[in-house]
Design a protein around this ligand. Structure first.
Ligand code: AMP
Length: 269
């Protein structure tokens, strides 16, 4: 496995390599990330993992500062899973300019969910993706459904620039208690993780009722009773129509963001 720290080096290493599978991450790797790596390896792709905590997508500076970093374990996980290249850029490789001006106009999702509750977040996501994809000229891009809104936004962005990159959506990997694996779980103690498990299992068991309900008050109350401090949203969304829904269907999914013990968690099911 090669560890590459500069944009020029990764671009030249990958030059003329045909079948590349790219897994962009913010590190603190877990089985969720590993499932993406495995999918790429299974397709026999030259597998590139990037680890970069993108400051631009954090609308909250504290959240950025406390984002967990476990780089030496991450590298061991990559070696164990036969990753071919780890791209480990410093901020100046991705954002060499003094003042970063974001030109992305994300109209889509602006009013909804993460777009509404984290102003500037998706603009930051697209910006980093744009730059990473300039350095890592990939054929396949592996993205987790854990961040379904992000997956849709990136897909839409790639379509808008007529990109040939194939997006491979990957299922959410969960802990035995039902919580979606997340780097942020590292910031929670066992008691909070158990609460998160109870919340997600309760909601999953009531999925259709939540989708059909005129207002979510009953479910919001229940989430708070379990121990959540604040709920940003609990929204039923149709993935095909890309709008809110109150009709259960194969394309209807419930999206959730809430705060637990000072950590903001998202999930969808
Ligand atoms: P992150 O490091 O959180 O930016 O995530 C990097 C990639 O891994 C994204 O495409 C995520 O959607 C994906 N991912 C994160 N957690 C999981 C999970 N529990 N299951 C599947 N994919 C995940």
């Amino acid at each position: 496995m090669k560890i590459i720290k500069t944009a020029n080096k990764i671009a030249s290493e990958l030059l003329n390599k045909k079948k590349i599978g790219f897994i962009p991450t913010m590190g603190c790797l877990h089985e969720g990330h590993v499932s993406l790596i495995r999918k790429s390896k299974k397709k026999k792709l030259l597998t590139v993992v990037s680890i970069f905590v993108n400051p631009l997508q954090f609308n909250n500076k504290k959240d950025f500062i406390k984002y967990p970093k476990t780089i030496s374990t991450d590298l061991k996980i990559c070696i164990k899973n036969r990753v071919d290249y780890v791209y480990l850029p410093q901020k100046k490789e991705i954002y060499p300019e003094k003042k970063i001006i974001i030109k992305n106009k994300i109209h889509f999702f602006k009013k909804y969910m993460e777009g509404k509750f984290r102003p500037g977040h998706f603009e930051g996501v697209i910006e980093v993706m744009k730059r990473l994809l300039k350095h890592v000229k990939t054929s396949y891009l592996f993205l987790g459904k854990k961040d379904y809104q992000q997956l849709i936004i990136i897909k839409k962005y790639l379509e808008s620039i007529n990109s040939k990159i194939i997006v491979v959506p990957c299922d959410t990997i969960r802990d035995t208690n039902g919580t979606a694996l997340s780097s942020r779980n590292k910031l929670l103690d066992q008691k909070s993780l158990n609460i998160a498990g109870r919340i997600i299992n309760f909601l999953k068991n009531n999925k259709n009722k939540i989708i059909e309900s005129k207002n979510n008050l009953l479910y919001l109350k229940k989430i708070k009773e379990f121990g959540a401090k604040k709920i940003d949203y609990l929204t039923a969304f149709n993935l095909k129509q890309l709008k809110k829904t109150n009709k259960p269907s194969v394309n209807a999914r419930v999206f959730l963001a809430y705060h637990l013990s000072g950590v903001r968690l998202i999930d969808n099911f």
